[in-house]
Design a protein. Sequence first.
Length: 315
Amino acid sequence: MSIVEQTSVDAPEVGVSEATAGDFLALLKPRVMSLVVFTALVGLVAAPVPLDPILASISVLAIAVGAGASGALNMWYDADIDRVMSRTARRPVPAGRVQPGEALGFGLFLSLLAVLTLGLAANWLAAAVLAFTIFFYAVVYTMWLKRWTPQNIVIGGAAGAFPPVVGWAAATGSLSLESLILFAIIFLWTPPHFWALALFKAGDYGRAGIPMMPNVAGEASTRRQIFAYTLLVAPIGVLPWLLGYVSAGYGLVAAALGAGFIYYAWGVLRMKPSDTAMAPAKQMFGFSLIYLFGIFAAYLVDVVAARVLASGAFL
Ligand code: HEM
Ligand SMILES: CC(C)=CCC/C(C)=C/CC/C(C)=C/COP(=O)(O)OP(=O)(O)O
């Protein structure tokens, strides 16, 4: 083998991308973002304006691309800590399949594409709120709060709460109390959702040096805070019915889901230190996803049913 051939065969692989389309898809955090996009869709459909299906589809697609882009930017910046956590070590950047520059370029390009598309197709208020949401998650939460304070996900959770506001703004060109209540539901839901996971992944966050609540305030305090936020989110979940935005059907579903959420949080609160398997925290995390999906699905069904009934289309 000549020297030239040998050099090319033995060349270090730094800077060489082995990325597949699947790796770029993984950068978009599709599973998490599917529920984010669903909440945006509900905000868009709930808005009291006639729905243009083409405009609505483009808007939801743009929000999905923007949400995915923020995930790619998060994975670009967090590659160092993702590398040392068991849950995230196999992600494309820490595993070396996608180069950091590729993830950054991909995230920036998709962010720009999403914001411009939403601005041109819907309106610039919606585009501005989407841009702010991407900025809040990728910069304020990821680059600052996450590594700095155990309140990281309380404040940073605002990013995850904006999508229904973006959806509502895309449909109406304005903000409203109703969309802000949808915001409040997600905002108050985020701490129980995430701290339940952080309880059984505390080792990961400790290794990565991230000040998540269980690592800083301890397990007992985190369990109490989870319970407190759950007591707050349950009544706020029912508020849209009490304010007359949706029917008692939604109210009943929200009350039942809220009661279930409190039940699981009670299980977490009463966890024994000997419960090393963390079963109540795992169940709480699982139920958090059912809770948020259930609340927004009930909202969607309620507003669509109300419109069908009002138009007499069922007759
Ligand atoms: C700052 C806010 C949030 C934080 C820190 C957070 C954190 C996490 C983490 C660490 C996971 C573990 C799964 C994984 O590794 O991908 C997860 C799962 C999940 N999160 Fe969140 N989350 C937040 C907000 C949200 C919001 C707003 C939604 C939806 C509206 C959401 C929906 C989901 C879903 C659907 C999963 C399950 C994904 C799966 O099945 O793999 N999260 N979250
Ligand atoms: C429309 C739009 C831009 C939406 C963005 C919505 C948003 C901010 C969702 C947050 C979801 C999430 C996975 C947070 C975890 O970050 P993490 O870095 O703590 O979790 P990780 O350790 O799994 O990376």
